[in-house]
Ligand binder design. Sequence first.
Ligand code: GLY
Ligand code: MN
Ligand code: MN
Length: 493
Amino acid sequence: MAEERAPENTEGGPETDRPADQAEIKQRKNGLYPAVSDELAELMKSGWADTELRDLRPADQAEYAAERRAALSARFPGERLVIPAGNLKTRSNDTDYPFRASSEYVHLTGDQTQDAVLVLEPEGDGHRATGYLLPRSNRENGEFWLDGQGELWVGRRHSLGEAAVLLGLECHDVREIADHLPDDQVPTRVVRGYDAGVERILDGRTDAGRDEELKTFLSELRLVKDAWEIGELQRAVDSTVRGFEDVVKVLDKAEATSERYIEGTFFLRARVEGNDVGYGTIAAAGPHATTLHWVRNDGPVRSGDLLLLDAGVETTSLYTADVTRTLPVSGTYTELQRKIYDAVYEAQEAGIAAVRPGAKYRDFHDAAQRVLAVKLVEWGILEGPVERVLELGLQRRWTLHGTGHMLGLDVHDCAQARTETYVDGTLEPGMVLTVEPGLYFQADDLTVPQEYRGIGVRIEDDILVTEDGNRNLSAALPRRSDEVESWIRGLRG
Ligand code: GLY
Ligand code: MN
Ligand code: MN
């Protein structure tokens, strides 16, 4: 449904300093609201029930978010910290992409609303945290039914009072945020890249390098997950497991013989049980499996081919799984498919075995790469010795990518963390990472025997570092080739 566009309307009403009123007057002057009769405007103002929710309790994650804010406060004493959720992005004309709040904002508040901003204002030894949010729509000035983001169009928001209880956070109207960010001597940092309006307010008051330090700290704050986050990641994985089962059930149906059908089948589960998929689903059949981020998904799914499905449900709390299985569409791997699959499985086993507290982050990658290098030499694709292959990284022509990454609110979580704390760091209990080796023989790769060309295999699981080793959160999905085959047979009935 499109909003009605009005003819030029220059009536502004009384001048006022309140930003909300000024915005409304500006919109009316620009003719953005349709002209309505005074009688209709009056009729729309009144006769609405009081729907304020008065029996709310703080959300489960509120206490965890408060702990994260305390860690942030301790790292930047005496500084004003501004963390925006971000704004809607135009898809085309008057349609927007679905809104997804910044992970930094979600992590520190538990809130997911658009245009919101968290501000930590230095106070005493610490900070006072305030959430600046869009309030309920104004019914007096017609905003609630005449504005495209009015509640009559997009649905009821929480009132500031309700949000304060749910988030355990003092809340104010975000449209007044400029007044709460004074141009004073308080050193200020903002997380850049999400809200150009907030960055404009702070223009000249922050410094790119210092802002980057804030982003880096918030990324590193997410390296170790708390108990609530681990529960959410398990929920994401459990939904993802059900999504993979949905796909297997339709794999041999006539109408399912397209990658889009596979993508759509998984998406149904993601939308029904979660918020969305955490990243674009890779439904790659046949030679498409050798393209690492194949998200066009516009090819056929043929019996005899492998289907590489890399997909993850994002929960309603915005934590995502990231799981890959490479399945024989027919239900049975060919001899060569099995040989390649089993090599990747062996590499993944070696990688998972290297995930434990105290291990270097790089260990699981090195362990998996070694297995794959050995296989490539064994098959005559690479000339040995293996040590030389590994030293020169020659196996990477067919292994292509790193063996994993941190997982959480973002699929590639903690991406702004420093090398010394992440890639060159040490694994700790509470970290969650993927282990996802693969072998990819491109269709036009003349260095491998003809029969290898067009085969791509990846196996990816989500692994929690525990006190004494690790736990595979996605263990409910079979991985060994014979177990995958009997799982497919069982689901097909
Ligand atoms: N799904 C993207 C990745 O596995 O990293
Ligand atoms: Mn991954
Ligand atoms: Mn993946």
